[in-house]
Design a protein around this ligand. Structure first.
Ligand code: MF3
Ligand code: CO
Length: 277
């Protein structure tokens, strides 16, 4: 598939995508409030469903290749696509929540991670560090959509940051990558989180991309469990996932799934997002 297959949106279409993005942000906020040791991952799925219902929106995950949840909840060594169920969250767990919404045919998709209070302070400190580094790698990748010139600049920035961390040996998951998004959840182009030989498509007004690094505290090698969804690290090390959906429009970039449009996350890189509303 070539670069001509990338769906380009008008500023007005990006304004509609913002509405879906803000529903995803609302799901994140509701989960942040509700999550604590003792709740099940299914409880968090229900929190997402009630926000979607109230917004008159639907989950774009549910039914996708028969996926059974509203959201994905990935705990500790689970990298992505954890299915909500009876698992009870424990003190010190590192939990990644990947959530999506479709509204008037436009898709939103974003993920965040939290470390629950309690548990072994050493373990919790390591997990908090993994989460903050994963989030930072995401913002560095997103910043390239303003500072760089091609899709490959995103993965290069993430890769350079992660590989350059002194005293860390983190893995970058390679089998799962970011993606274009619009009238479907997964569209052209792929957005790898690592250096690639091809520099990728040129950034262009109208592109909307999901930037979603997945980092591991050990090897990036992974396997999918019997349920055909849950992806875990092969060595059992912790994994973390962060994701935002970002538009390039006529006047700049705009993080559609961040309530502040990305202002705070991008400030360290001298990038000022431009909201269209
Ligand atoms: N939202 C995920 C992504 O970031 C994909 C979820 S797969 C699903 O691309 F089956 F759960 F929908
Ligand atoms: Co995504």
């Amino acid at each position: 598939m070539g670069h001509q297959d990338i769906q380009l949106k008008s500023d007005d279409q990006i304004r509609l995508m913002r509405k879906a993005g803000l529903i995803v942000a609302d799901i994140h906020a509701a989960i942040r409030k509700a999550v604590r040791p003792g709740v099940t991952t299914k409880d968090m799925d229900n929190v997402a469903l009630s926000v979607l219902d109230a917004a008159g929106a639907k989950s774009n995950f549910f039914g996708y290749y028969d996926y059974p949840g509203q959201i994905c909840v990935s705990v500790n060594e689970v990298i992505v696509h954890g299915i909500p169920g009876e698992r009870v969250l424990e003190p010190g767990d590192l939990v990644s929540f990947d959530c999506g919404a479709v509204r008037d045919g436009w898709h939103g998709d974003a993920a965040f991670s939290v470390v629950l209070p309690g548990g072994d302070p050493e373990v919790r400190k390591r997990r908090e560090r993994l989460s903050s580094l994963t989030e930072e790698s995401m913002w560095r990748g997103i910043a390239q959509m303003a500072l760089g010139s091609r899709v490959g600049d995103i993965g290069r920035a993430i890769d350079d940051f992660v590989v350059g961390l002194p005293g860390e040996q983190l893995g970058i998951v390679e089998e799962y990558v970011g993606h274009g998004i619009g009238t479907a959840m997964h569209m052209e182009p792929d957005v790898p989180n690592f250096r690639t030989r091809s520099r990728g498509a040129k950034f262009k007004a109208g592109m909307v991309l999901c930037v979603e690094p997945m980092l591991t505290a050990g090897s990036q090698e992974n396997v999918t469990l019997e349920d055909d969804w849950t992806v875990v690290t092969l060595d059992g090390s912790d994994a973390c996932h962060w994701e935002h959906e970002v538009a390039i429009h006529s006047k700049g970039i705009w993080v559609l799934t961040a309530p502040d449009g990305g202002t705070a996350g991008l400030a360290p890189y001298g990038v000022v997002p431009v909201p269209l509303d």
